[in-house]
Design a protein around this ligand. Structure first.
Ligand code: DGT
Ligand code: CA
Ligand code: CA
Ligand code: ZN
Length: 579
């Protein structure tokens, strides 16, 4: 597991701090470098060990940036970043999470109003001080006031895509610690929730203290928050990581308990009580002959606990996959023998939504095709942005561009190791229409229609119209939300799903960790309505193909089976659906 994302975040912070001080040009350079570091398919830390020249081999990473990256891995700090942080002592991450507040605004508000924190920003907005500033009106102030509220709600919850690698890094570190027996992620991370409050880990050991010590000694721990004899918490990349250590015999019961969700556990506990059983983090206990089952945690005859399977089996239930443990009826389904046969990572055979240098992607059609082959896909659909509202800076393709691109896709397809399909990602306008000429639509294999504008409004009719459009094949990131940043469209998922099922349009589960759109609860409704899903990464470089796992587990949160998923079919099956 690499630390590429961690380094990328620091470069982005540096870019934002410079941007806030109106430094020209350099912020973009650092942002581009950050993107390429984040997407770099191998471990940047290993390059750094070889020195700055090796790091500078990464595209868009120059000597100065390469040296900073090496400095960071060697010392844990980047001196110039620390200097900028001192110059502009603001909570950049929290402030720029407010919609409409970018680094430049942060710079202005610090200069003029000494705004450093979300509290400062809220006070300035409430007291009407922002509207007094040059270039800032009443409307902006109002937007900021509303944005602060949203930013507060999401504060402290980390994206799954950032938290998951941290959890996996602890596990691989523990793989070399002799005292650690079994070790699993727990909590929301094991359930693949789209945001994570804290990272939970559970380890089994006969020597709990040794495991706690190894944990708090981990070189990646920026801080030890607390440490006891069988549990500890550290901070890694700003995230709290909780560890609990139990004896091997109680590993299954503890894992079941600490995986949650809380509501799943409550419903399961009641289910157990009705059957004369008691379930807790120490096991399942038969209390049918016990006078006072609440006299203690370990009262009754212990019938299960070493494995999670044994816990559910003791209640005559099959193991319920962690992603389903959200109290959405999974216990009843398990009891009735109706658990779905969930989609698995290996079921996905292609990607129907990726970008290239033709629009805002980083790599060519041929490179994206080669990347798809290397990832193990059978097919990939190139779906660059069409022009239209929401497409800034002339990024999108017009009809003529698309005609040319289709020709290139056909040429690449001849030699590629995967089937390369010609697609487009068209913007869904306010009427649910797409702005691509009919003859071009007819030549394309796949039309992904996605909302990029007018977000934050009620949009059921608009999305239903898009789904009913005769050329549309996939409704891309249906809500347009950006987790922790932008709320996205509101719509009646059931109504849109029903229309999608009726019109043979697939609903996307966009696997980008910033989107996860549709999300688990919505997937559950879509599957219930018989809609087909498309699990797409929206990759802008080959490194992002690996994000597909976030889409797969999000679909599993919605009880999806392989048969619900378009790109779990082979290439012929996909072509048939698109036709
Ligand atoms: P998060 O961290 O907010 O993303 O969500 P979780 O689900 O990871 O919650 P966390 O870290 O507070 O606790 C981990 C698990 O421990 C949780 O999923 C279920 C279990 N748990 C914690 N508190 C309670 C509780 O009060 N009652 C029950 N039944 N289980 C709990
Ligand atoms: Ca947690
Ligand atoms: Ca926790
Ligand atoms: Zn896209």
């Amino acid at each position: 597991m690499s630390r590429n994302a961690e380094v990328a975040a620091l470069l982005e912070e540096y870019a934002a701090l410079l941007d806030a001080q109106n430094v020209e040009y350099k912020p973009r350079v650092y942002e581009r470098a950050a993107d390429n570091v984040r997407d770099y398919p191998e471990d940047v830390e290993e390059l750094a060990a070889e020195g700055p020249d090796a790091v500078a081999d990464i595209e868009q990473v120059g000597d100065a940036i390469a040296e900073k990256i090496v400095e960071y891995f060697e010392t844990g700090h980047i001196e110039e970043l620390d200097e900028q942080r001192e110059k502009l002592p603001v909570e950049m991450g929290a402030l720029t999470r407010v919609e409409g507040v970018g680094p430049k605004t942060v710079g202005d508000l610090y200069e003029e109003l000494d705004v450093q924190t979300l509290d400062d920003l809220e006070a300035a907005a409430n007291e009407g001080r922002i509207r007094e500033l040059k270039g800032y009106g009443e409307k902006t102030e109002q937007n900021i006031r509303e944005g602060v509220e949203f930013a507060r709600q999401v504060q402290g919850r980390e994206l799954l895509g950032n938290a998951r690698p941290v959890g996996e890094q602890v596990r691989s570190y523990f793989a070399d610690v002799p005292a650690v027996g079994r070790c699993e992620l727990a909590g929301s991370l094991r359930r693949w929730r789209d945001t994570i409050g804290d990272v939970d880990l559970l380890a089994a050991s006969e020597d709990k203290q040794a495991v706690v010590d190894a944990f708090t000694d981990w070189e990646r721990a920026a801080e030890v928050i607390e440490a006891g004899t069988d549990k500890a918490a550290i901070r890694v990349e700003g995230m709290r990581v909780d560890l609990r250590v139990v004896v091997p015999d109680e590993f299954g019961s503890a894992l079941q308990y600490f995986t949650g969700s809380k509501n799943h556990n409550i419903t399961l506990r009641n289910y157990a009580i009705e059957r004369g059983m008691k379930i807790n983090e120490y096991g399942v206990f038969d209390v049918s002959n016990v006078e006072d089952p609440d006299a203690g945690q370990r009262v009754g005859k212990r019938v299960a606990g070493e494995t999670e399977e044994s816990m559910y089996a003791a209640l005559d239930l099959p193991l319920i996959p962690p992603e389903m443990r959200e109290d959405r009826g999974e216990i009843d389904a398990a009891a009735a023998g109706d658990l779905p046969d969930l989609l698995e990572e290996g079921d996905v055979r292609g990607d129907l939504h990726v970008h290239t240098t033709w629009s805002d992607g980083n790599d060519t059609i041929a490179e994206m095709a080669a990347g798809a082959a290397e990832f193990g896909h059978d097919y990939v659909c190139i779906s660059d942005h069409a022009t239209g509202p929401g497409m800034v800076g002339g990024v999108g393709l017009d009809d003529e561009d698309l005609r040319e691109q289709i020709a290139e896709v056909r040429a690449v397809d001849e030699d590629a190791d995967v089937d390369v399909l010609a697609g487009v990602e068209a913007n869904v306008d306010a009427e649910g229409d797409v702005s691509v000429a009919d003859d071009v639509l007819a030549d394309l294999d796949c039309v992904v229609a996605s909302p990029h504008s007018g977000l934050g409004t009620e949009a059921t009719d608009r999305l239903v119209a898009a789904v009913e459009h005769p050329s549309v094949d996939v409704l891309g990131h249906p809500s347009g939300r950006l987790i922790n940043q932008r709320q996205g469209l509101e719509f009646d998922v059931r109504e849109v799903a029903r229309a999608a099922a009726d019109n043979d349009v697939a609903l996307e589960v966009n696997a980008n960790p910033n989107r996860l759109d549709l999300w688990g609860g919505a997937v559950h409704v879509a599957v219930d309505e018989g809609a087909t899903l498309a699990i797409d990464t929206d990759a802008h470089s080959p490194g992002e193909y690996a994000n597909v796992r976030y889409g797969v587990h999000t679909a599993r949160r919605g009880w999806a089976e392989a048969s619900d998923v378009l790109n779990a079919r082979d290439a012929d099956g996909v072509r048939e659906f698109l036709h």
